[in-house]
Ligand binder design. Sequence first.
Ligand code: C2E
Ligand code: MG
Ligand code: MG
Length: 362
Amino acid sequence: MDTVAKLPSDALTPTVSRLGQEDIGILLTDIEEVSAITWIVKRILTALSEPFTVDSKDIYTTTNIGISIYPHDGESPEILEKNAAAARSHAKKTLGGNRYYFFSENIQSTSIKHLNVESRLHQALDNEEFLLYYQPKIDTLSGSIIGVEALIRWDSPDAGLVPPYEFIPIAEYSGLINPIGDWVLATACSQVRTWLDMGIEDFSVAVNFSNKQFRNSNLTQLIEDLLIENMLSPENLIVEVTENAMMESINSSMVILHEIREMGVNIALDDFGTGYSSLGYLKNFPVTHVKIDRSFIADIETNERDATLVKSIINMAHGMGLKVTAEGVENEPQVEILHDFTCDEMQGFLFSKPVPHLEATE
Ligand code: C2E
Ligand code: MG
Ligand code: MG
């Protein structure tokens, strides 16, 4: 750890206060050099990275620190606090756990961008600027298309086709994800009806859900209404959730997912392997499908550890009576390996990129 020659004695007795449930403010005064701040911040992070022992269990916490400096980053306590919070949130979102970040104009412009997107998203709903793309899912044994995953796109008049990762987080943050999610669900259900009417049988559409949607206690009713309205059976719909989404609102998600499963709708655990405690979710949530994240599939033909991991996930999921889908399949050798491993379903650019409904119909 760096040492700092010019650390004033005051800096070692800072004012510490609680700003919110998980927020603690630390006021350092008489700091002459920025390196003094980093020295203190690093000591705090190191101290808090040690586990706390409670009832002989080790509990680990993660800490993120945002730093703003008077008068450079603000002249009032309110602005300084707001900017430190923006820097902390930047540290958490872009750098991961146990990091610190100094406030900069850069972060400020991100939040202004954020605001712009939010107000444009409001209009986008009214102006019907969202569309669904569909990516086929292939049955590994027969090679036939057994369903699609619906993936949202925003056809913005000023920005063109915007991918979900650019606006879904903002929609989640602002609460707009609920009306957007309802639209996705309704559109996907009516599209499946169209395909079934064309004589395609045993077909399902998978719809992605954000955790915030599970805080809406009307979700089960909405799904039921849409199934009836479109004369669909529950097997025509798969609800996709990530473990991170489940983790964030574990109690409400659990109740609603059980209700949805009791209706007969299938539930897929998306991006499997990228979250925290995957096995607990398989045990406690009413999951029917596991989708192995494409980061595990990407090097399956060259990396033996990845291959072993994928094989073990498939065996474990099968042992629990679950179906397994491999995401991000891009070449034939991957198909052969997944076939050998008895993976049930595959999805990826090798078969098709996500395409608009007319192309998907073809
Ligand atoms: P996801 O549900 O895991 O969807 C799979 C993503 O992987 C899609 O990205 C798809 O285009 C991409 N992909 C599929 N095959 C391949 C491949 O072979 N190689 C590579 N490199 N990528 C492949 P997309 O469409 O950009 O969606 C990203 C994420 O956005 C989705 O991940 C999902 O979490 C979220 N999302 C999409 N639509 C919705 C929605 O309607 N509601 C919510 N809440 N989230 C959505
Ligand atoms: Mg998905
Ligand atoms: Mg996925």
